[in-house]
Structures are given as C-alpha cells and as structure tokens.
Write a protein that binds this ligand. Structure first.
Ligand code: HEM
Length: 402
C-alpha cells in the first residue's frame, strides 16, 4: 500500500455535520493534502483530489483519460451489475466516456444545439411548464411532494420536448432508470432496465427519418451521419443526463432555500439575485460522488507525481468548498460571487446541458416561492430522505404544505 494512502468508503462521504454541509472528512483531507494517495475498492493505488486548483487542473489536462476501461472503481459499487458495467467499453456514441478524437466528433455535432442563446429561447416554454405544475399543485391542495409535483416533471418534460421524445415514453423510461440506479436491483433487473431504456430509441429514430421535425434529435438523425447504434446511445445519454441531475438540483435548491429563510427573503426582495442564487446553489450543494480520470503518462501536478495508469477521483463537492477559492465556503450566501464552481465539470467534457439546467432552476425556483409565499416543509428537515446512495444527489421526496 502507498504510504499515507487512505480509503474513503461511501459512509464517510455521506456523513455530514449539518443537512447540507459536505462531510467533515473532505475538509480535513483537503487541508492536509489536496491531492493524496487513495486505495480504491479493488485495491488499486490511486489518488483523491479535493483541492479546487488541482481538481480544475486535472480536468483541463489532456494527459488524463475519462475512459472507464482504464479506470478503477473508487468505492464498492452498490450492486454486482453496476460493478460489471463499470469497466465495460462504452457503446458507440456514448461520448461522455470517450477521449478525443472520438469525443470531439460527437461533441461537435451537439454543441451548437445547447447554446446559451438557444436555451434562453426556451425560457418562455419552461415558465409555462412550471406554471402548469404549480397550477396542478394548487388545485390538489396541500400537502404535496415537491419532487413529483415539480422537480421531476419540469426537466423531464423539457428534455422530452428538446429531443422530440413523446411524453408517453416518460413513465416507462423513469421506471427503468429507477431500477437501473437502485442499489437493490439484481444484475438481470439492471440489464432488463437498460434494454427497456434503449428500446425507446429505434422506433423514434425510424419515425424521425420519416417525419423530420425541428427538435435536436431529429437534426441528429437526419444530418449527423450517425448509425442507429450511435443515435441510440446519444439519445440515452441526453435523456438520462437531462433530467435526473436537474431534478435532484431543483429539489435540493428548494429544500436549501426553505431551510435558509434569510436567503429566501433576500431573493424575494431582490429578484435580480436569481442568477447568482442559482450559481450559489450549484456550488453549495454538490453531492458526494466524484469524477474519475486516469493518467495516460506520468504527470507531475499539485506537487505530486501521478504514475501512468493511476486513477484519480476528483471530489467536486470538496473543491467547491475550498476556502482557498471561495471565502466562507460553508455559508450559503446567494449574494457571493459563486461563479467558477466545478459542479458542471471543466474542460472538454464540461456539461453540455449546463445552460438548460441553469434556465430551468432560474425559472422554477422563484416561480415556486412566488406562487406559494407560505411554503414550508410538511415534516422536520431531518426526516427528508436523501438519495445518498446514488450518483444523482437530492431528496427522494420533499413533502411541503402552504
Ligand atoms: C444540475 C444539473 C446538471 C449537473 C450537475 C450536471 C453535471 C455534469 C458534469 C459534472 C459533467 C461532466 C462529467 C465529467 O467530466 O466526468 C456533465 C456532462 C454532461 N452533461 Fe450534465 N449536468 C446537469 C444537467 C445536464 C442536462 C440538463 C443535460 C442535457 C442534455 C446534460 C447533459 C450532459 C452531457 C451530454 C454531458 C457529457 C459531455 C461530454 O462528455 O462532452 N447535463 N454534466
């Protein structure tokens, strides 16, 4: 074992001093050695990065690969299925797991579809979808679960519209995604769930070939020069990335604002703070799992030598709370300049959907608190069940009343 190597099991990552605080261990590790040796779940001697500068530097460095085939799992996977899929090579089109030049080819096809301008143009539609959800909530009366009433439907409907996926597909897809991510699922159940999700796309591709429309997926099908297999992976990636992470962030954002009434009041008093509030929520609320990169050659970085083949886990939550980058990092303060957080990653894989996520958060959260000025949790905050066992952090449900 490498000298000074630590292990960081899942429980250590999810034991928090307060509801929203990053685990204390992150601060301790970061202040001792922001890039330090870590023993991975399979015994691999790799590294853990917790400092802002070193996390950002590794994400920007082309000597590190994102490919899972060369990486090691940092923690024991929740189930055998997930473990087996960890190091499997990505199917054609699953570009989030590819290095250049393959990654570049796919990313170029999509980047023009997710520009700030295009996402800003969606604002009116996002406001409309949000209004419909809030109308339904108001009609049904309190209490309501904010996750099912608002936080899931807004991003899910939007990604469906953007990709031109029929809304009727949503329940099937969501059920399968829940099974695939559930730590209790067997390998057979996970494989079945993936088959169900992938099965959505071939008929959709055929339909878009016959009846091209103006959505993103139609453009890819008809002008991207991609095979059906590639189109299926890209569809799955965009759909899965497009709602699960944003819905988690929306629910976390509502929860954090409810638990910080001073900040909520400040936002109500000055709506021009909304853009900044979204950045601060993204900085403050990053979840417990990290990104992975593996050195393709020996790399000296942050005063340490990472050998070729060693995997580094990058803990964005720890980086976003680095006092060397953000003053008073443990304070949730919507007036601080929070830009520069690493919640959407950095470098060539930086989140393609970040502007969409921002516009959704920016529209839905103020609208929620405008509609229900007396909104409050319907159970004590400590009883809100958190998805601490998933890559997608956030409350499982968020019961509210007004
Ligand atoms: C709050 C919501 C979101 C968060 C926190 C988030 C976070 C991230 C992060 C950290 C990465 C980089 C992963 C890495 O470098 O290892 C990423 C990549 C990606 N995200 Fe998001 N994301 C969000 C919403 C979305 C949305 C709405 C979409 C919409 C389609 C999306 C699509 C993607 C795609 C396609 C990639 C892969 C980019 C590439 O490899 O070039 N994400 N996301």
């Amino acid at each position: 074992m490498t000298e000074g190597a630590i292990e960081l099991p899942w429980t250590a990552r999810t034991t928090r001093p307060g509801l929203f605080d990053p685990p204390q261990i992150m601060a301790t590790l970061r202040s001792e050695r922001p890039l330090r040796p870590m023993t991975f779940a399979d015994g691999h001697q790799g590294w853990l990065a917790t400092g802002y500068d070193v996390v950002k530097a590794i994400l920007a460095d082309s000597r590190f690969s994102i490919r899972r085939e060369v990486a090691h799992p940092p923690v024991t996977m929740p189930n055998a299925g997930a473990q087996a899929m960890f190091t499997a090579p990505p199917p054609p089109g699953m570009f989030v797991r590819m290095d250049p030049p393959e990654h570049t080819r796919y990313r170029k096809l999509l980047v023009g579809e997710f520009t700030v301008r295009r996402m800003r143009r969606l604002e009116a539609r996002i406001a409309e979808v949000t209004r419909d959800c809030l109308d339904d909530m108001e009609r049904s009366g309190p209490p309501a679960d904010l996750v099912t009433a608002l936080c899931v439907p807004v991003p899910a409907l939007l990604i469906c519209e953007l990709l031109g996926i029929p809304e009727s597909t949503l329940p099937v897809f969501r059920q399968a995604a829940a099974t695939a991510l559930d730590g209790e699922s067997t390998q057979e159940q996970i494989q079945q769930a993936y088959a169900t999700m992938l099965g959505v796309f071939p008929p959709l591709i055929a339909d878009k070939r016959d009846n091209p429309t103006g959505d993103v997926y139609s453009g890819l099908v008809n002008h991207g020069g991609l095979s059906d297999e590639e189109l299926t992976s890209i569809g799955l990636l965009l759909f899965a990335a497009g709602y699960e992470s944003t819905s988690g962030m929306l629910a976390l954002g509502a929860f954090a604002l409810l638990e910080h009434p001073g900040q909520l009041q400040a936002l109500r008093r000055d709506p021009s703070l909304a853009d900044n509030a979204v950045e601060e929520l993204l900085r403050f609320l990053t979840g417990p799992s990290g990104m992975l990169r593996t050195a393709l050659e020996d790399v000296e970085i942050g005063g340490e030598l990472i050998r070729a083949g060693q995997t580094v886990e990058l803990l964005v939550g720890a980086a976003n709370h680095d006092p060397a980058r953000f003053e008073r990092p443990g304070e949730f303060d919507i007036t601080r300049p929070a830009q520069g957080h690493l919640t959407f990653g950095h470098g060539i894989h930086q989140c393609l959907g970040q502007q969409l996520a921002r516009v959704e958060l920016r529209a839905a959260l103020p609208a929620l608190f405008d509609r229900f000025p007396g909104l409050r949790l319907a159970v004590p905050a400590q009883e809100i069940p958190m998805k601490d066992d998933s890559a997608f952090f956030g409350p499982k449900s968020l019961p509210v009343e007004w």
